[in-house]
Design a protein around this ligand. Structure first.
Ligand code: ADP
Ligand code: ZN
Ligand code: ZN
Length: 671
């Protein structure tokens, strides 16, 4: 067997951030060959120091001549499983990120610390012995009795779990359809086969309610991973999972990297959640797509669930390409979806009402309060005052080339397109109707709260936005307080939109549906539709009937119309056709190149030069290079940012031409 023993170990050293990093080869000493494994943490000489490193490849040979030997194995139990190393390689390739950065992102920081010089033997994983019952002793597991619809959706999933088939499903069902019960049953099937499960949920729906729901079904077997854990706690949970003590992992984005030894099913709830895309750090991965590849690597089924799937997913599913569509029609128990009433804000304005609440919404809030019900007032603050809207006709200033809204730049009065850099001076009059009422969009949550306190002084009001929620604990406290009915009105941003199950809510007021609609992004309509659907879905989960009021300057916009009719499929069909015509995903793929620099001129000139170079290199191919233009956030952490958008039916052709080096960031399939 000694012939099979690895001779060379390719490792990713754990260096201080900022230190030049990469992969390095070491000779495997004869006596370590039998024990050395992929994903193990080892100690290697590095310069004149010794450092920890993770083994990411065991190549048969090395291009380097005189290799130094690696010193020792730091921990016999590998931190990353072999299939995770394969996953890392796929991520590196797909998202154009160096492998060592992927590996660094996969392993929790707490497991990457320590100094190897001290030769202190790592304690024998004390956590593993004491853990195993974090959720309390096994009690009565609630028995699941699925409805016939749920059974029908579950059957093909269960079969794929039982036969270990890498089939992929899109479980499409309205909010409250009972998708979670289907996930639970699929996990149960995996556990029955001695396997585990990875369940991704958006960060904001990782409420105590969600945690309890999973923990109650699989007592003592669930690990919950979210951003609120301290580094030490995250490290402990990770080790517990790695040791096989918690076969079911429920977590947000990075839980897709949890070292579940043998997942039998991978589940992504609310697969369209933007929280699955890591956009601000390397690797810029999309966790739902990573989950799908994990399923392929392991040959296990993957279930994506949503009431409003990404159009990319829906498109694949209806064409039967790689995703099988499973429908859960209607809400569980035959509860109706709440009726949605659309209020035209242009009429309110014409009537002389300048408050953020229409007469109809005010009336319904008052009625709800006097009936002792709870209400949610929702507004989307994202993109405040970056988009210019005509308050008379409801049109936003748009790009003639890209059919997205123009962004108003704070400095000067220029509006520009985020994709192609079309520019105009901020006009005096609406180009559509000639009105002077062109205004930057967006009243903030504070203003809404102040107005609400004036209108309903006796109401107990909670506000939830980025200012009131500084940590995960605050999010929990507000949510639980509202659930316990310690407040009557909850005013919030998209943080209140998703996942929550609040039976006391009888009224949802969407204060301004337009902000998301005119977001300068080709996904604006899709985002709006999803958001409106999700917010509306918060209503009517209890016994009392409920109602949704949607205020908008664009009542005839298809995203508004179809959301108010709860018609996802109608919307998807329409929007997919528009995407096809405008050559946006899923009919093409995008890649955004961002050049950051301390001086604005450098960022712009470099981006211009790069655009020129790319256009020449790719001339005659179907690849388009759009821009450069200032990034949506033109200055971030004191760096100016200019960007190029590359659009192509396939991105493979583009890869070899991309710029490298400092200052450039590459985002494949930007969110
Ligand atoms: P979704 O995840 O699709 O939004 P949920 O799974 O949260 O929907 O289900 C909505 C509500 O219906 C929840 O309160 C859930 O407990 C209840 N429910 C769903 N399926 C069942 C079932 N088979 N038996 C009892 N209650 C169910
Ligand atoms: Zn107008
Ligand atoms: Zn444009």
């Amino acid at each position: 067997m000694s012939g099979d023993r690895p001779r060379v170990a390719r490792v990713s050293p754990e260096l201080r951030t900022g230190a030049p990093s990469g992969l390095y080869d070491y000779l495997v000493p004869e006596e370590l060959g039998a024990e050395l494994a992929l994903g193990q943490r080892v100690v290697v000489p590095f310069g004149r120091r010794r450092v920890f490193a993770l083994v990411v490849e065991l190549p048969s040979d090395s291009p380097v001549d005189r290799l130094r030997p690696l010193e020792r194995i730091a921990e016999p139990r590998s931190l990353l499983l072999p299939h995770q190393i394969s996953l890392a390689q796929w991520i590196a390739d797909r998202y154009l990120c160096p492998l060592h950065e992927v590996v660094r992102a996969m392993v929790p920081p707490a497991l990457r610390t320590g100094k190897p010089e001290s030769r202190r033997r790592p304690r024998a994983h004390p956590d593993e012995a004491e853990e195993g019952s974090a959720e309390g002793a096994p009690g009565a597991t609630p028995e699941l009795v699925l409805s016939p619809d749920q059974e029908a959706a579950l059957a093909p999933i269960r079969e794929a779990v039982n036969w270990g088939r890498p089939e992929q499903f899109l479980l499409f069902g309205v909010t409250g359809a009972g998708k979670t019960e289907v996930y639970l049953a699929a996990i149960k099937a995996a556990l029955a086969r001695g396997k585990g499960a990875i369940v991704l949920v958006p960060e904001i729906s990782l409420t105590p309610q969600t945690e309890r729901r999973f923990a109650a079904h699989f007592p003592g077997q669930v690990a919950v991973l979210h951003s609120g854990l301290s580094p030490a706690a995250r490290g402990r949970e990770w080790r517990r999972v790695r040791a096989g003590l918690a076969p079911v992992v429920v977590g947000s984005r990075s839980a897709v990297f949890a070292p579940v030894p043998e997942p039998g099913v991978v589940i992504v709830d609310e697969e369209d959640s933007s929280s699955y895309k890591q956009y601000d750090a390397m690797p810029r991965y999309e966790a739902a797509d990573v989950a799908r590849h994990l399923g392929r690597l392991l040959s296990v089924p993957v279930v994506l669930g949503s009431a409003t799937p990404r159009l990319e997913s829906y498109h694949q599913a209806v064409r039967g390409r790689g995703l099988r569509l499973l429908r859960l029609p209607g809400r569980f128990g035959g509860r109706p979806l709440p009726p949605v009433e659309v209020v035209d804000l242009r009429e309110e304005l014409a009537w002389g009402n300048r408050s953020p609440f229409s007469r109809r919404l005010s009336q319904l809030v008052s009625e709800t309060l006097s009936a002792g019900g709870q209400g949610i007032l929702f507004l989307n603050r994202r993109g405040t005052s970056s988009v210019v809207l005509c308050r008379s006709c409801g049109e936003a200033l748009g790009c003639p080339n890209c059919s997205v809204s123009l962004t108003l730049h704070q400095a000067g009065r220029t509006c520009s397109c985020h994709y192609c850099d079309y520019r105009i001076q901020l006009p005096e009059l609406c180009q559509n109707c000639g009105s002077r009422l062109l205004r930057a969009l967006g009243a903030g949550t504070e203003r809404i709260e102040a107005e609400a306190r004036e209108l309903w002084p006796e109401a107990r009001i909670l506000r939830m936005d980025r200012d009131t929620v500084v940590d995960r604990g605050a999010h929990r406290r507000i949510y639980e307080a509202f659930l316990r009915r310690e407040a009557d009105l909850l005013i919030g941003t998209q943080m209140v939109a998703k996942g929550w199950d609040l039976p006391g809510v009888q009224l949802v007021g969407i204060v301004n549906a337009d902000i998301a609609l005119h977001f300068p992004d080709f996904r604006a309509a899709e985002r709006t539709f999803s958001l409106l659907t999700q917010v509306a879905g918060r209503a009517g989960r209890g016994r009392e009937p409920a109602q949704v009021v949607l205020q908008t300057y664009s009542p005839e916009h298809p995203a508004v119309q179809l959301a108010s009719a709860h018609d996802y499929e109608g919307f998807a069909t329409l929007e997919l056709e528009a995407r096809r015509q405008l050559r946006f995903p899923p009919f093409t793929r995008l890649l955004v190149l961002t050049r950051s620099a301390e001086r604005e001129a450098t960022a712009r000139q470099e981006a211009e030069a790069e655009a020129e170079r790319l256009r020449q290199a790719l001339a005659g191919s179907p690849v388009e290079v759009l821009g450069p233009s200032p990034a949506f956030i033109p200055r971030l952490r004191s760096l100016y940012r200019w960007q190029l958008t590359v659009r192509s039916p396939r991105l493979e052709a583009v890869r070899s031409h991309l710029p490298e080096g400092r200052g450039w960031a590459i985002d494949v399939d930007p969110a």
